[in-house]
Design a protein around this ligand. Structure first.
Ligand SMILES: [Zn+2]
Length: 263
């Protein structure tokens, strides 16, 4: 019964025409949008309409939330969902946006008693995803991530990838997959690449993957997601199998989008 109400509400939300002012914001702030096909754009619009309405949005550090902030963050968060079976990040209740880099406030000890502890308290961060709790984004990093896709850094992809990973209860770098064959392929491929990155990082050797991905498996998946969408050419060149498993998982092909744009 409850799901029936939710579905009816969602249907109503997506029946409203997508505001042209929102589309202008996306065109301005989310470079990846220009590479999408028309049907992907339409699909993205409806995801954004539901996502914005269902999540609780808060401004931290005196930031007043605007449509630009909500739409820019939602467009990038929902881009990850385009090909996935999903329930609009059911594990994200609220999104707190800070104007800039933040030092997270202290939380109750129990909060961190899980396998996932992305940053130490007191360290400045540009984003953070809690297993149970809010998702934190710094607006300046979120904006620059969307506008500069070529640099491989995107805090919004990063934090929402953590939330996809956490959907099965564990932040272990493996989101829910389709079947045993996909798990097998994923674990083998990602472990190889993770260990290679760890080894390279320890030796001070530069990898195409951001060294932060060597922190643990969860960070590896979040970093790989950023670069999968932003630097597909580089990933295919250096780690074709990693690109392949991510493409199978997300059911999107950013390389094809880039190639189409260039042709
Ligand atoms: Zn992270």
């Amino acid at each position: 019964m409850f799901q029936w109400f939710i579905n009816r509400r969602r249907k109503k939300l997506t029946q409203v025409p997508f505001p042209s002012s929102w589309e202008e914001i996306i065109r301005r702030n989310v470079a990846h949008y220009s590479m999408l096909e028309n049907d992907e754009r339409t699909h993205l619009h409806s995801l954004i309409q539901v996502f914005i309405a269902e999540k609780k949005w808060e401004g931290g550090g005196g930031l007043e939330l605007t449509d630009e902030i909500r739409v820019t963050i939602s467009a990038q968060a929902c881009l990850l969902l385009l090909g996935l079976p999903h329930n609009y990040y059911r594990n994200v209740n609220s999104i707190i946006v800070y104007p800039s880099t933040v030092v997270p406030p202290p939380r109750k000890a129990g909060f961190f008693q899980n396998s996932f502890n992305p940053v130490e308290l007191g360290h400045p961060i540009i984003g953070q995803a809690f297993q149970r709790g809010p998702l934190i984004i710094s607006w300046d990093a979120g904006l620059s991530g969307g506008r500069h896709p070529e640099d491989g850094h995107n805090v919004i992809y990063h934090e929402f990838a953590h939330k996809l990973d956490m959907l099965d209860g564990a932040a272990d770098g493996t989101p829910p997959l389709r079947d045993r064959a996909e798990y097998h392929d994923w674990v083998r491929t990602c472990s190889d690449e993770y260990l290679r990155l760890k080894h390279d990082t320890e030796k001070g050797k530069k990898s195409f993957l951001n060294a932060y991905g060597a922190t643990n498996e969860a960070e590896f998946f979040a970093v790989a997601t950023e670069q999968f969408f932003e630097q597909p050419r580089l990933m295919v060149k250096h780690a074709p199998d990693l690109y392949r498993v991510l493409k199978e998982y997300y059911r999107q092909d950013p390389l094809e989008r880039v190639s189409r744009k260039l042709s």
